[in-house]
Design a protein around this ligand. Structure first.
Ligand code: FAD
Length: 288
């Protein structure tokens, strides 16, 4: 199918883009990498009056270490995050998760801002943003506001973005020293969206015991969910099998997935526990 006709705007600056959004509001769609939006246009599931192409906005493509945060511009491509030397040091979980997104051609075009704004419940960036408690910057002509990723995702393909707002930046807390991460995903084929996925981080004290941890599950609910109970279960442990099993059981109890063609609710629930144990095992392993 072919997309419906629309007006095309190609702004050269963020200010110009925000002014266009303010002018057209709900009639406008932002075009980032186009990897989700273009199929929706072709299927006529999206019929904007105006398409605002963000691809000339080099000011939104960056990865910066800023004190304790890793700041990433919304137009940064998945592939740039996968291979960034700054990301590899500051927050290696991001590079690990990026590898799982679609295929290389998709990662070369798709952007972190587009993925977060699209809010697919099985996508990797929303999962990692919830796991790491990322902060998102949303801008409009009226100004900027910051929102936790944990509040941003409202439901499947639905976020707290207003029609006149653009997501411009995501800030991840940089990994503290002595931290480990884990990422585990189940999908039918490499490059497919996850059926279930788990992302986690564990921070150790001088003795190697876990002093803080965070874990989130994607693909099991309409939005990624942060399983807060895991932190208390793991605190003080060295990643012993019992502790990992208890944490995985907490994940299994917490998720309440639905069934679809890719897997039943029971399968997803059980796999969430299995993936949590694997991811936490990776995160707790002391590097050689
Ligand atoms: P676009 O498609 O351009 O836009 C998506 C939506 O976000 C649109 O509604 C757009 O208006 C809005 N938007 C874009 N940028 C902004 C912004 N800055 N502020 C506000 N709104 C904005 N993704 C995964 O996570 N995992 C996968 O395994 C995966 N597999 C895929 C397989 C295939 C075959 C394809 C085609 C896609 C796959 N994707 C997967 C999706 C891909 O990651 C997309 O890149 C991503 O979902 C959207 O990013 P984009 O930059 O292409 O955004």
């Amino acid at each position: 199918m072919k997309p419906p006709s629309f007006l095309y705007a190609c702004p050269r600056s963020l200010d110009e883009s925000l002014a266009l959004l303010a002018e057209h509001g709900e009639g406008a769609k932002l075009l980032a990498g186009g990897q989700s939006l273009v199929p929706l246009l072709n299927l006529r599931l999206a019929e904007p009056r105006v398409l605002i192409d963000l691809n000339r906005l080099s000011e939104l493509s960056y990865v910066r270490r800023d004190g304790g945060a890793l700041r990433i511009g919304a137009m940064t491509r998945h592939r740039d995050l996968e291979i960034s030397a700054v990301v590899a040091v500051a927050e290696p979980l991001l590079a690990r998760a990026a590898r799982e997104i679609g295929h290389l051609a998709i990662r070369n075009r798709g952007t972190i801002g587009g993925s977060l704004a699209h809010a697919d419940p099985a996508a990797e960036w929303p999962l990692v943003a919830v796991a790491l408690d990322a902060q998102l910057t949303l801008r409009s002509v009226a100004g900027a506001r910051t929102m936790a990723a944990r509040d941003f995702f409202v439901g499947p393909l639905t976020t707290a973005l207003e029609p006149t707002e653009m997501l411009t930046e995501v800030a991840f807390p940089a990994a503290p020293p002595d931290s480990g991460f884990g990422f585990s995903e189940l999908s039918r084929r490499p490059g497919d969206f996850a059926i279930v996925a788990v992302a986690c981080r564990v921070v150790r004290d001088e003795s190697g015991a876990c002093r803080a941890s965070t874990l989130a599950v994607g693909g099991a609910h309409g939005t990624p969910i942060h399983v807060a109970e895991v932190e208390g279960i793991l605190r003080g442990s060295h990643g012993e099998a019992d502790a990992l099993r208890s944490a995985a059981e907490a994940v299994t109890r917490r998720v309440d997935p639905g069934s679809d063609v890719h897997g039943s609710a029971d399968y997803r629930r059980r796999m969430a526990g299995v993936l949590a144990r694997r991811a936490l095992g990776e995160a707790c392993a002391v590097p050689a």
